[in-house]
Design a protein around this ligand. Sequence first.
Ligand code: MOS
Length: 774
Amino acid sequence: MHKNKSNSDLDFKLNEVSISLKQSIKNLDSHTHVRGESLYVDDVNIRQGTFHGVVFDSPKAHGIIKHIDYSKARALEGVERIFTYKDVPGKNQIGGIIPDEPLFAENEVHFWGMPIALIVAESEFIARQARALIDINIEDLPVITTAKQAKAKGSFINAPRSFSLGDFKKVFNDCKYVFEGETFSNGQEHLYIESQGAYAEPLENGTIKITSSTQGPTSVQSITARVLGVAMHKIEVDVTRLGGGFGGKEDQATPWAVMAALACYHLNQSVKLILNRHDDLRMTGKRHPYESTYKIGLSKDLKIMAYEAEFLQNSGAAADLSPAIAERTLFHSTNSYFVPNVTTKVISCKTNLPPNTAFRGFGGPQGMFVIESAIAKAASEIGVSARAIQEVNLLDENDTFSYGQIAKKVEAKNTWDSAKSIFDIETLEKDIEDFNKNNNSFKKGLTLMPITFGISFTNTPMNHARALVHIYLDGSVGISTAAVEMGQGVNTKMMQIAADVFSIPIDKIKIETTNTTRVANTSPSAASSTADLNGKATLMACNSLVERLKIVASEILKVSKDTIELKNESVYVKGEKSELTWTALISVAMLKRVALTENAHYATPEIHFDKTKEKGHPFAYHVYGTAIITTTVDCTRGTYEFDSVKIVHDYGKSMSEGIDLGQVEGALAQGIGWMTMEEIAYNDEGRLLSNALSTYKIPDIFSVPKDVEVIPVETDGNDMAILKSKAVGEPPLMYGIGAYFALQNAIKAFNPKYDLKFHAPMTPEKVLMGLYSK
Ligand code: MOS
């Protein structure tokens, strides 16, 4: 065990060679971020004559469009044209997994905020004015806003999915304890700082270049081609970076890019379309709300013998990524526990909300909240601590997950035991007990939250990536991959890999924009897998170049290739530095007409999954960890603070401790926000009420835990991870689930009659009601 370096130790040493830089590097974007120099879509230099788009969207959640009058809007000075489904030359269809989502509504609207038309004008201001002049008449149809209502009406996206292991029905009869209950977890707004947007410009011969704020450049390219009815090679998509994605730009960056391209196609002029915050909040989907039921059976020694859960996913009005997200709920429904008899079922329910979509954790958190609720319920009924149940059920080496994968290199118990000992759980608990004995107006609560998260796209065919590496004739390097930089520091990781293999300083390396012309047919930057997939491809490309360069060096130095090493910008022979520098070697390689470009393809080995049997080995590996969360509740007001979150996390062997720590801290804050304060509200008509930052609260610097400590668990890492450094984007979000149960424990300390409810988020209002409930 060793403590994380504090931030001041994370020196930025631009000219130092990679090995020493490996652990201590900062996100290389930090400098341009704080200076305001980082480029986003809105910073693209626009061409003279560029038009600006504003989307006209449905003011009703469900209905038949009887009449739309665009005449006043069209007549407004500066309005160029208004585009509707009638202007789509190809297919008016942007659905990814299931073709059930029109780009523009035709006769019927399915959610409040559904795009109906794109107004294109000389300025965004004029386009907005024009929008207010459109008259629309919609005949109301019944509105469904919850998953339960949808289930009752038989409104579904697709067929349900179900995983099962063992024989849960038989086993329930033999259980000493059986409990059943219901849970609800609300949605969550991504609130990326940079709202959705795109800029489309016409190039020659009918080609359109789109600069998009997307996690999935290839989806934007292929769906634009589908809508325009052109081949994919006519569409180029370029991404510099995103001001946050969190899953919200995996699929839902697409419509805006397609609309800009559509207008560009017709006008042969550049078109810029950036949603303002209100439009973005209203028109885009969020994390899926889930209404779930569970049944849990335990033996007398608290072993979970059987677990059954049904998850009702509020998918919204179209499939979007819902089926894939539903699947991941099943994969993570038993969290860090081994349960020998499991049956889980997920139903994607079609409602009249904006299509809900990917959000950090991708359905996993929703599944994990349910089993943690079941454990809390069982603990409360039996009269033991939840910890006692959690502890005896933690995953072990060679345990089987409900989807058939055998757990290997399991760190569940290791992180749990380490967290308990490093952070001295006995003292923490004793302090809380003492505090609660001596205080009536404030109560503290503590909880342990273990996590287990599978790494890979659960859809096996998506687990591949390519890297294109150029060494320029002066020895500098350019790298293109499919990785989209969205604040997670993936560009820095790619640079580290190249610096490591070539043994050159990182200022000789540039990570190029993510561009479909340079790297094609890519999977989105998602599933926490971006650094692994693109990093492995980068590693392979760089290694091939090094092998080639070693041959050149062996010819120049007249020594055997095997004795050669590239180190510190020089060629070393048998460990001795030669006269031959990196730069000189590249010059000679050029003269010898050796290729200084390499393209490598990586596809995750070993993984497979059979959806007909719902069994397989879908994950390259799992990430583990345990958090201890403590909270103090103000029992007069219901408000609360999180005193500390102490985590033992499985980074594998972190290749960038500063970046990875940032991911853990950010994910934790986002997870706590989801569980405690972020409250999405739609009214019965399907109108978003939490439609601004005045009505939707996210964690700010004052509400993050006062003391966050993250200790890496010491392991050998995992070779399936890039440089043994495990994926870190999503897993730590689920530590935040513990916040809910820590609050419950504080409420119980004040009000022993409190009847546990599992209805997230646990807002101060709910805490207050819990404190005084009878
Ligand atoms: Mo991520 S939630 O897999 O875009």
